[in-house]
Ligand binder design. Structure first.
Ligand code: NAD
Length: 464
C-alpha cells in the first residue's frame, strides 16, 4: 500500500472521529456486538486461519483466542456504561461552591500493531479497548501470520463501521509508513527491538504508547509443593502454542535436589498432555518460520535432554523439550526462548534464585511454586515483574480485573477489562464554579486587604 493511500485512510479515520461518529455509547455497543457476531459467525474461518498459520488446534484456538475474545467483548458490554460514567471528586473548601469531576474521553485514532503468536487475540483484544473507549483505529496484523492477517482484513470491514476501523496489512514498509502518521495512541505487541523503533517514532509526535513485550519469565519451585502436580501446570503453560507464548514459563529455577525430582515429573507431564507420539498429535503446534526454527534447534545442545529433543525442519516441528543442567550463561539463557524448550537452572537456595531474577531484565511474569508463606512473600516484595502467580502460570491473563502488561524491559502500560478502556481514554479534569457568589474576589484576588488576609490565613490554618 502506497504512502498516500495510508495517509488518506488515516485522514479519513480522523475525520470520522472529529465528526463524533465513534463517541456515542450506542455506536460503541453496536461495534462490540458486531465484533462478537463476527467471532461466532466466522468461527470456522478463523479457526482455519489459525491452523494454517500456527497449526493451532481448534480447541486451543477457542480457549486462547476466539472464546477469550468473546468473553472480553461480553465483559466490555456489561461494564461499558459504568466505565463511561464521569467520576465526581471532592473540591477543596477554599474553592467552594464548585464541582469537580473526571471525564473519560476517547483519545482519537489508535494504531494497533499485532504480533504473530496469538495473531487474532492480540489484534482484537486491544481493539475491544479502543472501540469501548470511543476511538477510531487502524489494526496492523502481523505479516508472519498471513492467513489470520487476511481473515482480519476481509472480515472486520464486513462487520465493523468502515468509517472508523481499518485493517492495514503488511510488514516493515507498511508499518514504517504507518509510524510516520500522527496517531493519538500506539498499542504495540511484540519484541523489544521493534518496540524501540515504535517508541522512537511515537516520540517524534509525542504519541503515547503501550508496549506489550516479552522476556524470560522464570519459574521458581521448591520442595514444599507436590512436584507432579506442579510439573503438569508448568508443562501445560510452557508447551501450549509450541512455547510461542509471551507469558510462557521460560526456564525453571530450583535446587539440584528439587530439579532432579522435578525432571522426570516434567517428562511424565509432557507424555500425559501430548501423548507418546507428539509429532502425530494434531493438537500440538508448529514453529512459525524457518529462522525461528533454526534458532530454537541451536539451543538443544545447551543441556542434558530430559525429554524431547527431536525435530523436523520440513514441518518445523520441535518436540516439547526439557533440558537439565543448563549453564546460567548458555545461549538458551541469553534471550527469550519463545519455543518448546524448557531449561532447568540449578540454584543454591531461595536467595540465589531471587538474586538470579533481580539481576536480569524485569520479566513479564514470574511463577512461584511453593507452599512456604515467607518464600511467597519474598517473591512478592523483593522482585518486580509484570505479573506474579503462585501455582498458576499464564492464568492471570484470564482475570479481567487484573491489569495485563509488563514492567521495564517487558513493557509499559497495561490492558484487559477496565484497564483497556483507560488505556484508550484521556481522563479529563473538569472543574465548574459559578460566577456568583464571587468567593474568589472576596478572598484570593487582589487588592489584598486585612480581611482577606485573615480569611486566607484562617482557611490555610484549618487545612494544615
Ligand atoms: P512480530 O515479528 O510479529 O512483530 C510485531 C509487529 O511489529 C508486526 O506487526 C510487525 O509487522 C511489526 N514490525 C516488525 N518489524 C518492524 C520494523 N522494523 N518496523 C516497524 N514494525 C515492525 O512479532 P515478534 O516481535 O516476533 O513477537 C514476538 C515477541 O512479542 C516476543 O518477545 C513475545 O514475548 C512478544 N509478545 C508479547 C506479548 C504481550 O502481550 N506482552 C504478546 C505476544 C508476544
Amino acid at each position: 500500500m502506497s504512502e498516500s493511500a495510508i495517509t488518506t485512510i488515516v485522514t479519513g479515520l480522523r475525520h470520522s472521529f472529529i465528526q463524533g461518529v465513534t463517541r456515542p455509547e450506542k455506536w460503541r455497543r453496536r461495534q462490540l456486538q458486531q465484533l462478537r457476531r463476527m467471532l461466532i459467525e466466522c468461527e470456522a474461518d478463523l479457526e482455519q486461519a489459525l491452523y494454517d498459520d500456527l497449526r493451532k488446534a481448534p480447541l486451543e484456538a477457542q480457549l486462547t483466542e476466539i472464546g477469550f475474545l468473546v468473553g472480553e467483548v461480553d465483559d466490555a458490554l456489561a461494564q461499558l456504561s459504568k466505565w463511561m460514567r464521569p467520576r465526581r471528586v471532592a473540591t477543596p473548601l477554599a474553592l467552594q461552591p464548585a464541582t469537580a469531576k473526571v471525564v473519560r474521553e476517547p483519545l482519537g485514532v489508535a494504531l494497533i500493531i499485532a504480533p504473530w503468536n496469538y495473531p487474532l487475540m492480540l489484534a482484537l483484544s486491544p481493539l475491544i479497548g479502543a472501540l469501548s473507549a470511543g476511538n477510531a483505529a487502524v489494526v496492523k496484523p502481523s505479516e508472519l501470520a498471513p492467513a489470520t492477517s487476511r481473515a482480519l482484513a476481509l472480515l472486520l470491514p464486513e462487520y465493523l463501521d468502515r468509517r472508523a476501523v481499518t485493517v492495514i496489512e503488511g510488514g516493515v514498509p507498511e508499518t514504517t509508513e504507518l509510524l510516520h502518521q500522527r496517531f493519538d495512541h500506539i498499542f504495540y505487541t511484540g519484541g523489544g527491538r521493534v518496540a524501540r523503533i515504535v517508541s522512537a517514532a511515537a516520540a517524534e509526535q509525542l504519541t503515547p504508547v503501550t508496549l506489550e513485550l516479552g522476556g524470560k519469565s522464570p519459574v521458581y519451585i521448591d520442595g514444599t509443593v507436590n512436584l507432579a502436580e506442579a510439573a503438569k501446570r508448568i508443562a501445560w503453560a510452557k508447551f501450549m502454542n509450541a512455547g510461542q507464548t509471551c507469558v510462557a514459563p521460560d526456564y525453571v529455577l530450583g535446587t539440584p535436589e528439587v530439579l532432579a525430582r522435578l525432571a522426570p515429573q516434567l517428562a511424565h507431564a509432557v507424555h500425559e498432555l501430548d501423548g507418546s507420539a507428539v509429532q502425530r498429535n494434531p493438537d500440538y503446534g508448529r514453529i512459525i518460520n524457518d529462522s525461528q526454527f533454526s534458532r530454537l534447534v541451536s539451543y538443544l545442545d545447551d543441556g542434558e535432554i530430559v525429554t524431547g529433543g527431536s525435530h523436523d525442519a520440513a514441518t518445523r516441528y520441535i518436540a516439547p523439550t526439557v533440558l537439565a543442567r543448563v549453564h546460567r550463561d548458555a545461549a538458551v539463557m541469553r534471550e527469550e526462548i519463545f519455543g518448546p524448550i524448557l531449561p532447568l537452572i540449578e540454584v543454591q537456595d531461595l536467595d540465589d534464585a531471587l538474586s538470579f531474577v533481580t539481576g536480569r531484565d524485569k520479566p513479564l511474569a514470574a511463577y512461584i511454586f511453593s507452599d512456604a508463606h515467607t518464600t511467597k512473600q519474598r517473591w512478592q516484595n523483593e522482585t518486580s515483574s509484570g505479573a506474579l502467580t503462585f501455582g498458576a502460570p499464564v492464568l492471570h491473563l484470564s482475570v479481567p480485573g487484573l491489569p495485563f502488561g509488563g514492567v521495564g524491559a517487558s513493557g509499559q502500560g497495561a490492558y484487559h477489562g477496565e484497564r483497556s478502556f483507560l488505556t484508550f481514554s484521556h481522563e479529563k479534569a473538569v472543574l465548574s464554579k459559578p460566577l456568583q457568589p464571587d468567593t474568589l474576589a472576596a478572598t484570593i484576588m487582589p487588592p489584598f486587604t486585612k480581611t482577606k488576609e485573615k480569611i486566607v490565613r484562617g482557611v490555610l490554618g484549618r487545612l494544615r
